[in-house]
Design a protein around this ligand. Structure first.
Ligand SMILES: Cc1cc2nc3c(=O)[nH]c(=O)nc-3n(C[C@H](O)[C@H](O)[C@H](O)COP(=O)(O)OP(=O)(O)OC[C@H]3O[C@@H](n4cnc5c(N)ncnc54)[C@H](O)[C@@H]3O)c2cc1C
Length: 340
């Protein structure tokens, strides 16, 4: 079988077990024996070794290099990045670009390789977005009267209107992309490809007056209160821009808080204040549910396989093609009721 274009035998070797403890922590108890085990595994036909920066941490890669370097031509080593080990029981995700870069440089050095055969992200870091979007504000009249999601076979794009002469547009891009990589020509060409209706309405172009890479992230601070400090809007929660629910959610919090403060000042009652966080969070989690659902339904991620793509299209067909689907969408998109 093959990993990419590298042939490997069916049985590989999970090299973390040569380390000393159950927690995959620290150097091997018997380093000479650990190296013997690695060499023997290769002799028996396991020509794929699996390791990770976090095994040891780092010591597993060192033992592999000590045992096997200079490497046999057919040995493939796969290592992983993106975890931190503050203590033996912890495997915390850290997918920040600077951490991945230092993992990469460290793995190359420890394994004595110029190029890693296989490098994997150990686990996604929920704090770090997988995808971002290039957002632009353009002096161009909206081509369609409503917000428009472009579920193109490639990556996602979106048009939303600001005024009769201004549009805000989004293009899905990789998380480490830089707005400097997106010339105005490239932006319009990608937007046309992803949004224009074949043989139908085409996007209106105009002067781009603002350009930036916007992170797609989701966050909720619970509870939304600390003593006399009340969090509201973006300070308490962030939703991915796909559902356009940020402003609506901020207004909902403020409405609940305003009533609660008025009740406190006018009647001396703290009943609504005490319920503030709970009331807002109940609605907020429904907003998060909708925003996440819409975001993951219309975007194409690196691991979106053909089956998932069909499910995404089925979700969209249900949403647009059934009365219940349209109602569900409209209720969530225009804004769920604000409780007292
Ligand atoms: C590019 C972009 C496009 C967006 N498009 C949409 C959309 O189409 N639909 C939608 O619903 N949402 C959209 N959002 C999200 C929406 O703008 C926010 O969710 C919303 O503005 C949150 O309101 P807020 O009052 O909580 O925070 P903000 O609007 O950020 O207001 C916070 C204010 O506090 C001020 N401030 C910060 N620190 C201090 C300080 N120390 N002292 C005093 N003042 C301070 C800031 O200057 C700011 O004016 C968009 C966001 C961005 C960035």
């Amino acid at each position: 079988m093959k990993i990419g274009d590298l042939p490997v035998n069916r049985l590989g070797f999970g090299a973390m077990r040569v380390l000393g403890s159950e927690d995959i922590w620290g150097p091997p108890k018997d380093p000479a024996n650990a190296k013997k085990v690695l060499r023997r595994a290769y002799e028996l036909g396991a020509n794929f070794f699996d390791t990770a920066e976090s095994y040891g941490p780092q010591t597993d890669e060192l033992v592999i290099a000590e045992a096997m370097h200079p490497y046999p031509k057919d040995l493939v080593i796969g290592t992983k990045c993106g975890l931190v080990r503050p203590k033996p029981s912890r495997w915390d995700e850290d997918g920040r670009p600077e951490k991945l870069r230092s993992d990469l440089e460290g793995s190359l050095k420890r394994l004595k390789l110029d190029c890693l055969h296989l490098w994997q992200l150990h686990a996604p870091d929920p704090k770090v977005p997988f995808e971002d979007s290039v957002g632009v504000l353009a002096e161009a009249p909206p081509a369609w009267p409503d917000i428009t999601w472009g579920c193109h076979p490639g990556e996602f794009a979106m048009m939303s209107m600001r005024t009769p002469t201004m549009t805000r547009l989004y293009l899905q891009c990789p998380p480490d992309d830089d707005a400097a990589n997106w010339s105005d020509e490239r932006i319009w060409s990608e937007l046309h490809a992803r949004l224009d209706l074949p043989g139908g309405t085409k996007l209106n172009e105009g002067r781009i007056v603002q350009k930036g890479v916007a992170a797609m992230r989701s966050y909720v601070a619970e509870p939304m209160r600390y003593g006399r400090l009340f969090l509201a809007g973006d300070a308490a929660h962030i939703v991915p821009p796909t559902g356009a629910k940020g402003l609506n959610s901020a207004m909902a919090d403020v409405r609940v808080l305003a009533r609660a403060l008025a009740e406190h000042c006018k009647r001396g009652s703290d009943a609504l204040i005490e319920r503030y966080s709970e009331t807002c969070l109940r609605r907020m989690w429904l907003v998060q549910r909708f925003s996440t659902w819409l975001c993951t339904t219309v975007h194409r991620f690196p691991d979106t396989d053909a089956f998932t793509r069909r499910l995404q299209l089925a979700e969209l067909q249900y949403m647009a093609g059934t009365e219940t689907g349209r109602r569900m969408f409209a209720e969530n998109f225009t804004g769920l009721p604000v409780e007292r």
